[in-house]
Design a protein around this ligand. Structure first.
Ligand code: ARG
Length: 600
């Protein structure tokens, strides 16, 4: 926000140092001075003094630092846009002229609107892969965490200035999928529910039942064992036929796959997620086999098939590592089938070559972290520059206060159920609190708040941490919740409606109150927060900021009079400030995939 001023001052200090034979650093480290009645930036001269000491000058470092700070302060006088310059304990502190800064911050928000905080265009293309659950399965809240995390990440990097592509990669083939297709074909064909929205969930039940039939149990009778073995053989045969392209099996598979995809698209639509590129695991199966040949030719993979082995990559050995780190990986089984890892190599190649991706992000749960380290290392051995810019964003589990989920045992919490419940509760509350709201609007707002509560509950926890999701907590209007932040937006909207019009301009040249300055300062931090969150791949940074901003707004709202102030100048300035706060809250929430209602 204050880069122009910083750079101008830095240039002046550089010049002063050169003229006075002081070893100035290449770049000054500026720190914001935390608000304490005024605000500004600060830099120290300890390193400069230490540098002099090292070069043989007889100086006592702290004293010399203070001496330089003093002489620089004297030289600078009071630069434009600043109120005061002081030298304290070797530090140079520059305080901004508060009214100037305030006006500039507020003006810039209102001028740029939805673009306030957007970073300059960077010459780099990022692909974010997320929302890629396995098909033939339902969408539980763990998948939801993945989807909202990926979407927030995509919105952040895009807003930070990167050319961004959203990709999905559903796992549409594998033993799990085949298991469901087998059970459907054998026991349930034609019995699928009429309502297409529950077919995904229905498939999950088949999976549970089929897994049960195929799993060895204690004290099985010989007949039971024989039966299980027949089933197992049927399943294996089905997989073989799929592999061979058998039309009957392929059609069955495609039809059931579509049920899951339909449900997935529905949910993504509800979440306002628009995927640009759909990759499918099944589609990289063939290409992945071709890659194996290439890797063998290049000496990256070893073909041990002739000795009854597989094609493997000894990653550690090829990297020249002495200790075991990435281990040895099979990339083609002896029977010629490829693996999850192999498919990821083919997928990455596609991302790099077809989509010209420079930086490739994968939002996948932490359990797959070794898998991705291995894949990225093989890509590196293969010679892909972009391998260094592949990043696995691993995230933790979601469980409920009553315990963990387990798909195998059919104990999962479906996202749809949680979303419905959240919305239902908001509706109920709204009917009590605001009986006059038109029903259509009520429904719309309830959905925004219900979903906002869920999204914030997921994003306000750091990526790698597990979440115990508590719906009561998430829906609370107090504390670190979505509704608390949305409520700040609603209050700002309501004052602005009462004010009628937002003044075209306003001056902050009056003694501002502490809450007022704090709100402005928080708003001014937004552009940096966006960059930080995007560089660190951490929506949490933004989630925390959104809370701080809402808290600053609520404090301001409770303490500082706006429409009641006597002075017209002050009134106008504060109305503009509220409009700026409202805009910044909306921008921050939008990056988290959360809507900002005008009323609630
Ligand atoms: N479908 C996989 C799963 O549900 C996640 C895919 C992750 N992405 C990848 N490129 N391997 O576990």
């Amino acid at each position: 926000m204050f880069e122009t001023e910083q750079n101008a001052i830095a240039a002046q200090i550089q010049q002063y140092c050169t003229e006075n034979d002081i070893p100035a650093p290449q770049e000054f480290q500026w720190k914001p001075i935390p608000f304490s009645g005024g605000w500004g930036i600060s830099t120290s001269f300890f390193q400069v003094a230490a540098q002099e000491a090292r070069s043989g000058k007889k100086v006592v470092v702290p004293q010399r630092a203070q001496e330089i700070a003093q002489s620089v302060a004297k030289q600078l006088g009071t630069p434009r846009g600043f109120e005061r310059v002081e030298a304290v304990n070797g530090y140079l502190n520059l305080y901004f002229a508060a009214s100037d800064v305030s006006r500039r911050v507020v003006d810039s928000v209102l001028e740029t609107g939805a673009n306030f905080g957007r970073g300059v265009k960077k010459n780099e293309r990022v692909m974010v892969e997320y929302a890629q659950p396995n098909t033939h399965h339902s969408f539980h809240i763990g998948h939801y965490r993945n989807a909202i995390l990926g979407e927030a990440l995509a919105r952040m990097v895009e807003f930070a200035g990167y050319d961004t592509i959203r990709a999905s990669y559903p796992g549409d083939i594998g033993l799990g999928v085949i298991t469901v297709v087998w059970a459907y074909d054998k026991f349930y064909k034609g019995q699928e529910p009429q309502d297409i929205h529950v077919r995904g969930q229905w498939l999950l039940n088949l999976y549970v039942e089929a897994t049960n039939l195929l799993t060895p149990k204690e004290n099985e009778t010989p007949e039971e064992i024989a039966q299980r073995e027949v089933y197992e053989a049927e399943r294996r045969d089905l997989y073989r036929r799929w592999d061979a392209g058998d039309e009957y099996v392929r059609n069955l598979w495609l039809e059931t796959r579509e049920w899951s995809l339909e449900e997935l698209r529905d949910i993504l639509h509800l979440m306002d997620i628009d995927i640009d590129v759909w990759f499918y695991e099944s589609e990289v199966d063939e290409p992945s086999k071709a890659i194996v040949e290439e890797l063998v030719e290049k000496g990256i993979a070893d073909d041990e098939r002739s000795q009854d082995g597989a094609v493997i990559v000894k990653i550690d050995e090829k990297l020249g590592l002495k200790k075991e780190k990435y281990r040895t990986n099979v990339i083609l089984r002896n029977d010629g089938t490829s693996l999850y890892l192999t498919k990821d190599l083919a997928l990455a190649k596609d991302k790099f070559e077809k989509y010209h991706v420079d930086r490739s992000l994968y939002v996948v749960d932490v359990r797959q972290s070794l898998h991705f380290q291995q894949a990225f290392k093989i890509l590196e051995l293969w010679g892909y520059e972009q391998a260094k810019k592949c990043y696995h964003l691993g995230y933790g589990f979601v469980s409920l206060p009553e315990g963990a989920m387990s798909a195998r045992r059919g104990r999962v919490v479906l996202f749809k159920d949680v979303a419905d419940e959240a919305t239902r509760r908001v509706l109920e509350e709204s009917r009590k609190k605001n009986p006059d709201m038109p029903e259509e609007q009520r429904q719309e707002v309830a959905l925004q708040i219900g979903l906002g509560a869920l999204a914030y509950a997921m994003l306000s926890v750091d990526n790698n941490k597990d979440i115990i999701f508590d719906i009561n907590e998430a829906l609370s209007f107090e504390g670190h919740t979505g509704p608390y932040i949305q409520n700040a937006h609603v209050r700002a909207s309501s004052i602005l409606r009462k004010a009628g019009m937002i003044p075209e301009e306003a001056s902050f040249d009056y003694p501002m109150e502490a809450h007022e300055i704090e709100l402005i300062e928080t708003i001014s931090r937004f552009p940096e927060v966006v960059q930080q969150a995007a560089e660190e791949y951490r929506p949490l940074v933004l989630a925390t900021y959104a809370y701080d901003l809402a808290a600053a707004f609520h404090s301001f709202y409770h303490v500082v009079p706006v429409l009641q102030t006597k002075s017209e100048t002050v009134r106008q300035a504060r109305i503009r400030l509220i409009a700026a706060a409202k805009q910044t809250i909306a921008n921050a929430l939008r990056l988290l995939g959360i809507r900002s209602p005008e009323v609630m």
